[in-house]
Design a binder for this molecule. Structure first.
Ligand code: TMP
Length: 397
């Protein structure tokens, strides 16, 4: 049974950047998280309708940072070397940052086809010549692909499986679409990282689940898969890449028991662990509010850096708005000129020569790109500018 451990209150759609004339129709949902002791899954207590979240207005663009572009190029190369697949199916291809590492048709060797329900993004990969099914992932889509291409060699999915409330159906559909010797590789933010880093802003409407390896290996096994390898990646604040096969063709690597042992040590199988996490989240909120108000009282000018879905959660949970942050700078064009969800902080394009001279502090909404951002903003740092983060605890950098 699923039992609630954290309530982040009413939250807007985390990626729904908007204009002032849209405030009245802005929708809010209860965002609270629970632990299911039967399945081991940590999931939202109430799911938001997928059509409200994933549609032609979807704003998140996977290729917007060097970190993510390098990451997906590296993963694509590594999968080619490990599995030499003929046909790859990507579920949730966004703007094609992964799939464009492959060719377009089976005629040209290793190729990639994809499924992407956000039609603005499906159109981008299609216009490049890739077959993209503008649909949600389910058994009907799997059957359509089998009809068009036959079963595929490899299914890859990044930051998408955790979006799907009906996971069992999604995994079964993957089982159906894969050849008997096929491999299913998927990566999503990791629960152990979230608990260790107190990164509660991983919890938002799109993240129906935050995955533990414990819960995944169990569910995958129920759906006919053997989990044979797990890679840990730094992306999205700490993610796990899970490798699962339909057959026993692959030796189970030490990475699987290692990841499981780590989770047992963190007591991710105990409800109390999540209650302690919730206490730390409340402290994080208090610390952030205190820090921001004391900086503001001292006359500092503060901005947000990166209008992320994570920052939507932080600002709305902690009650941070325009009285504290002058604006948020963000490199994603379609977010610029808009307001942030719920808190309604204006979003602007970052100045070409870095953070403006009159700014003393920048809250790292995109804390998962800390390394890349600190490098990029070296002038700001050298002149005494400071970043603020809440991960793993509230502090200035
Ligand atoms: P994400 O944390 O969900 O991946 O989103 C990252 C957001 O941060 C995205 O909107 C782009 C923005 N961003 C910047 O504005 N500047 C940067 O240097 C980086 C790396 C990201």
């Amino acid at each position: 049974m699923k039992k609630q451990f954290l309530d982040l209150g009413k939250q807007p759609i985390a990626n729904n950047f908007l204009h002032e004339d849209q405030y009245e129709e802005e929708q809010f949902f209860n965002i609270s998280m629970g632990y299911d002791s039967d399945s081991g899954l940590v999931s939202l207590m109430e799911y938001v309708d997928k059509k409200v979240l994933f549609n032609e207005n979807y704003a998140y663009k996977s290729s917007m940072s060097t970190t993510m572009r390098d990451h997906f190029n590296h993963v694509a190369l590594s999968l080619k070397v490990q599995f030499d697949p003929g046909i790859v199916l990507e579920i949730g291809s966004n703007d094609g940052v992964f799939m464009t590492n492959f060719s377009m048709t089976p005629r040209d060797g290793m190729c990639c086809i994809s499924v992407e329900p956000c039609s603005n993004f499906a159109e981008i990969t299609r216009s490049k010549g890739y077959t993209t099914y503008d649909k949600f992932w389910d058994i009907d889509t799997a059957k359509e692909i089998i009809q068009d291409y036959g079963q595929v060699d490899l299914v890859y999915s990044a930051n998408c499986m955790c979006h799907i409330p009906e996971l069992r159906d999604a995994f079964k559909a993957v089982h159906e679409v894969l050849r008997p010797d096929g491999v299913f590789v998927f990566e999503d933010p990791s629960l152990s990282d979230m608990v260790e880093k107190c990164s509660y802003d991983q919890i938002y409407d799109e993240h129906a689940h935050i995955f533990s390896v414990m819960a995944l290996t169990k569910l995958l096994s129920d759906c006919g898969f053997v989990t044979f390898k797990i890679d840990h990646a730094k992306t999205h604040g700490g993610s796990n890449r899970i490798y699962a096969a339909k057959s026993n063709a692959y030796t189970v690597s030490a990475s699987v028991p290692e990841a499981l042992n780590n989770e047992y040590e963190l007591k991710l199988d105990k409800f109390e662990t999540y209650c302690e996490f919730a206490d730390r989240v409340q402290k994080s909120k208090k610390d952030l509010v205190d820090l921001l108000s004391s900086l503001k009282n001292d006359g500092n000018k503060i901005i947000g850096y990166g209008a992320t879905s994570k920052s939507t959660i932080v600002f709305n949970y902690c009650g941070v708005g325009v009285e504290t942050l002058d604006y948020i700078s963000d490199t994603t064009e379609c977010k610029q000129g808009m307001m942030s969800p719920g808190a309604h902080i204006p979003i602007i394009a970052p100045p070409e020569d870095g953070i403006a001279d009159d700014i003393n502090y920048a809250f790292l909404g995109a804390w998962n790109y800390e390394e890349e951002i600190l490098k990029k903003e070296s002038v700001f740092v050298e002149r005494g500018g400071k970043f603020i983060t809440h991960v793993p605890d509230v502090r200035t950098i």
